[in-house]
Design a protein around this ligand. Structure first.
Ligand SMILES: N[C@@H](CCC(=O)N[C@@H](CS)C(=O)NCC(=O)O)C(=O)O
Length: 322
């Protein structure tokens, strides 16, 4: 036993996790050898990191303060994400939803980076299903996860969120009871409403990709738009007109969210839900691809009384890339 470490007094074994009969109040984010799923402290779940030493669990003694419930999961979930040249590599809006979800739930995970042209082969290898059909062909996409604790491979951010809720029921809910239909409809409406933004965002996204993904992204997106990526971003008068549509889209979403302000701040109440992470993922992606100093990002920050910047600031604690 290393100095400063205490052995857990009691561990209850469950199929994929262990529950200690005590846990620390004082959270510490030192890098340790086993990551605990979460700690239930006075009914609120919080991520925690503990250490696995030999045959029993152990925890640093400075963390031990009271008798609470602590749960551990034996192996981290693998999150497959698309890399880029931005700091930390993460930029892609869909995998970002799952990262927010995993961090929010305090589930240990590990990111594996997959370039665009390798997504299909990876999906077939781990056994995830296509998430769509495009041009008559199965479309494989990220995020995908592989959970070694249940031997489950899954793609599609909403399906993953629902899987995590069902598999780890004691972690904070992404789909609180009664909100499935609302959240699915909100996400569909949000994506549809935001469609004017992609002509500004996709060409910029291409600039931050690594070479293999850049070639793939250019080919597939140019086929989608029917023109060179450089010609996709509107210029001159059209630029102002199209950018005004982007602002109008944000105004629309802001209007929806304002209606629930009294019960909020989040879509389904006081705690964030999956749909809030969907909104934040897009906003965060725009910031990363345009850059914090870009005129586009400065505009977005200035809209709707700073709602969008405040949202991603609030969720910074769930942005950690592991
Ligand atoms: N509805 C899916 C969308 C996933 C998606 O389109 N992901 C993009 C990355 S952001 C992707 O993997 N695209 C693969 C491709 O373009 O070939 C989800 O939410 O997971």
């Amino acid at each position: 036993m290393l100095a400063g470490w205490l052995k857990a007094p009691k561990i209850l074994q469950f199929p994929s996790l262990a529950i200690l009969d005590w846990c620390p109040d004082q959270l510490n984010t030192e890098t340790l050898r086993l990551e605990f799923r979460f700690i239930l402290v006075n009914q609120s779940c919080q991520p925690a990191r503990c250490s696995f030493i030999g045959p029993g669990f152990a925890i640093h003694k400075t963390w031990i303060d009271g008798k609470h419930l602590c749960q551990a999961m034996s192996e981290p979930i693998i999150l497959y994400d698309i890399p880029s040249t931005v700091p930390g590599q993460a930029w892609s809006p869909n995998p970002c939803k799952t990262r927010y979800c995993l961090n929010y739930k305090g589930l240990p995970y590990k990111t594996v980076w997959v370039e665009y042209p390798d997504i299909e082969a990876l999906s077939k290898k781990i056994g995830t299903l296509p998430t769509d059909v495009k041009n008559g062909k199965p479309f494989y996409s990220l995020p995908a996860i592989y959970d070694p604790n249940t031997k489950t491979a899954l793609a599609e951010s909403a399906l993953i969120a629902e899987y995590l809720d069902a598999t780890y029921p004691d972690t904070p809910k992404l789909f609180p009871v009664g909100t499935h239909a609302l959240q699915h409809a909100f996400v569909a409406a949000f994506m549809q409403t935001l469609s004017p933004v992609w002509q500004f965002a996709l060409p910029a996204a291409n600039n931050i990709l690594n070479p293999p993904s850049e070639v793939y992204f250019r080919r597939t997106r140019e086929a989608m738009f029917g023109k060179k990526l450089e010609d996709v971003v509107p210029t001159g008068l059209a630029a102002n007109e199209e950018w005004a549509k982007v602002k109008a889209a944000f105004d629309t979403v802001d209007g929806w969210l304002q209606k629930g302000q009294a019960d909020g701040p989040y879509l389904t109440g006081k705690e964030p839900a999956f749909a809030d992470f969907v909104v934040a993922s897009s906003i965060l992606c725009f910031k990363k691809i345009w850059g914090a100093e870009s005129s586009q990002w400065k505009d977005v920050m200035s809209w709707n009384t700073g709602r969008w910047e405040a949202l991603i600031k609030e969720f910074e604690k769930y942005e950690t890339i592991v």
